[in-house]
Ligand binder design. Structure first.
Ligand code: PXP
Length: 239
């Protein structure tokens, strides 16, 4: 069964809507862990629109499960990761205007910079994943740069408007999974996954973990975080 990392960024988004001190993403992380989640994912964005350094520091001290820090290649953030030492870092592209992460990291174009950063982060004992489109060139460039894992971008599948488009996107993900495994990479997947669209991916198999955020936090507003995380874990286990 694939493991679930819950991305709790949007708990912090609600907090930041009032620049208040609640809801605390650390409390949400504890609920996810009690529900059986394997990991907690947070994205420390350069504009600090939701998660901040304090959250990452306290999460690292608090959660016993995996802490997966999503981050760009920006030098201050890389230095922060080296200091905090989460169990896993997922390198993502980041632009200030985007509402959420768009596209995958261009590991082909950024190969030289990526190789140096991956080496620095791995030296701290942190597992490094790169968030990429399921494209052969990107997968091989991630492996070449020394990444331990890739997170295949499921956004195009999640946003497909027809069954045929969804099927095509799923086939690309399946091919990507196989190419990545053959290259010796651990395979993760995420972005845009929901209670309604997770089943085909859960059934496909071969993914070590899924990173799911918005849909779980949205459900948690109505049913509570523990129940929301449990329901998603059940869907993954049924796959
Ligand atoms: N994986 C990565 C790399 C992401 O950037 C995000 C969004 O922060 C997610 C997974 C989770 O996406 P969603 O919130 O759509 O589930």
């Amino acid at each position: 069964m694939s493991l679930l990392n819950v991305n709790i960024d949007h708990v912090a988004t609600v907090r930041q809507a009032r620049r208040a001190d609640e809801p605390d993403p650390v409390w949400a992380a504890v609920q996810c862990e009690l529900a059986g989640a394997n990991g907690i994912t947070v994205h420390l964005r350069q504009d600090r629109r939701h998660i901040n350094e304090r959250d990452v520091r306290i999460l690292k001290e608090t959660v016993a499960c995996k802490l997966n820090l999503e981050m760009s290649l920006a030098e201050p953030i890389v230095r922060f990761a080296e200091t905090i030492r989460p169990q896993q870092v997922t390198l993502v592209p980041e632009t200030r205007a985007e509402v959420t992460t768009e596209g995958g990291l261009d590991c082909v174009r950024l190969q030289k910079q990526l190789t140096q950063i991956v080496k620095r982060i791995r030296r701290k004992g942190i597992l490094v994943s790169a968030f990429i489109l399921p494209d052969e060139k990107q997968i091989l460039a991630s492996a070449e740069a020394g990444c331990d894992a890739v997170e295949l971008h499921t956004g195009p599948y999640a946003s497909a408007k027809t069954d045929a488009a969804a099927e095509k996107a799923l086939n690309r993900i399946r091919d990507g999974r196989d190419i990545a495994s053959a290259a010796g990479l651990i395979v993760h997947a995420g972005h845009g996954l929901t209670y309604r669209n997770i089943r085909p991916l859960a059934r496909m198999g071969g993914f070590c973990e899924f990173n799911i955020g918005h849909s779980i936090v949205s459900r948690a507003v109505l049913v509570g975080m523990r129940q929301a995380a449990e329901e998603m874990i059940r869907l993954l286990s049924e796959g």
